[in-house]
Design a protein around this ligand. Structure first.
Ligand SMILES: O=C(O)CCC(=O)C(=O)O
Length: 296
């Protein structure tokens, strides 16, 4: 089965409803209420609900085992480091197993040009008792500032964001207040709430995972099923720091052996970046030299 999406474009005015929120310190959230039309979204909802091999794994939280309070499935490109969270390591399905997910990936990429995603975590909330607790997607395999594109289908649910407590005593005091009280403050810049609509897209980027946590809390009135897709980029080397170093120069520095392939830079640790980001130089035109002691 393949679903052809009429990806919402700037031309039809949908982008005017885009809500961009600067959370400060390099964190940003973008909300687009209509990535796909309602009909398209129901088609993909039905496909996902019926065809995805959903599982409800046992996870460990604070040293205790319990059933994850929602169904899940994981899809990723081949050769990536394995995802692991709360003591659970999902097997990755291939994109080829679910062609409509490739169409979805394409639809997301169309509205986020320049973004790259190579993995997808799917969640299914079968009613208001299913939820995801406060967390951030700050696993090392996503690197220091991952972009996460989250598409929602079916029952509308609330998505809450809360700034991570700061180490300063001033901010700790305000975080000791009960959550219910704090959420009532409409203008609290450290809390945000989005109602994630059928067919909507929410993007978290920059340092959002480092500085903020998010949740989809239980809601007694949310009786119907909701399915959520979160597209992510897993660093192929499995080491965010090394990849980040390579990204500083985009592979344009000279390594010790003169290679300028980005994977090579990660392996060889581009000396210029490690030593403080010497301005990028043009690639060598002559034959590369063999590595010296300094660059090994
Ligand atoms: O269902 C959602 O909207 C959020 C899912 C989520 O937070 C996650 O998969 O990490």
């Amino acid at each position: 089965m393949s679903l052809r999406f009429k990806a919402i474009s700037e031309a039809d005015g949908s982008f005017s409803k885009e809500k961009k929120m600067d959370l400060g310190n390099g964190s940003e959230v973008v909300y687009l209420p209509r990535l796909l039309t309602s009909d398209e979204s129901w088609k993909i909802f039905d496909y996902l609900n019926n065809e995805i091999p959903w599982t409800r794994p046992t996870i460990r939280v604070f040293g205790r085992s319990h059933l994850q309070p929602r169904d899940t499935c994981y899809v990723a490109s081949t050769g990536l480091p394995e995802l692991s969270y709360s003591g659970y390591q999902p097997d990755a399905y291939s994109w080829d197993d679910f062609p409509p997910l490739k169409d979805m990936l394409e639809a997301v990429r169309k509205v986020l040009p320049g973004s790259t995603f190579n993995s997808l975590l799917l969640n299914r909330y079968k009613g208001g008792n299913d939820y995801v607790g406060w967390h951030s997607d700050d696993e090392k395999l996503y690197g220091p500032n991952p972009e996460i594109a989250s598409v929602s289908f079916g029952c509308e649910r609330e998505f809450l964001m809360k700034k991570k407590p700061s180490k300063s005593s001033q901010e700790r005091r305000s975080d000791d207040e009960p959550v219910s009280k704090r959420l009532k403050k409409s203008s609290n810049p450290d809390h945000h709430s989005f109602t994630l609509k059928h067919g909507s897209l929410l993007v978290m980027r920059g340092y959002t995972q480092r500085d903020w946590i998010h949740s989809v809390p239980k809601r007694a009135k949310a009786e119907a099923t909701r399915i959520n897709l979160t597209f992510r980029y897993v660093l192929p080397m499995g080491d965010g720091t090394k990849r980040f170093i390579a990204r500083l120069c985009g592979g344009r520095h000279f390594g010790g052996n003169g290679e300028n392939d980005i994977e090579g830079w990660v392996e060889m640790k581009c000396r210029s970046c490690i030593d403080g980001g010497v301005p990028a130089a043009a690639p060598p035109t002559e034959e590369p030299k063999l590595p010296t002691e300094e660059t090994k």
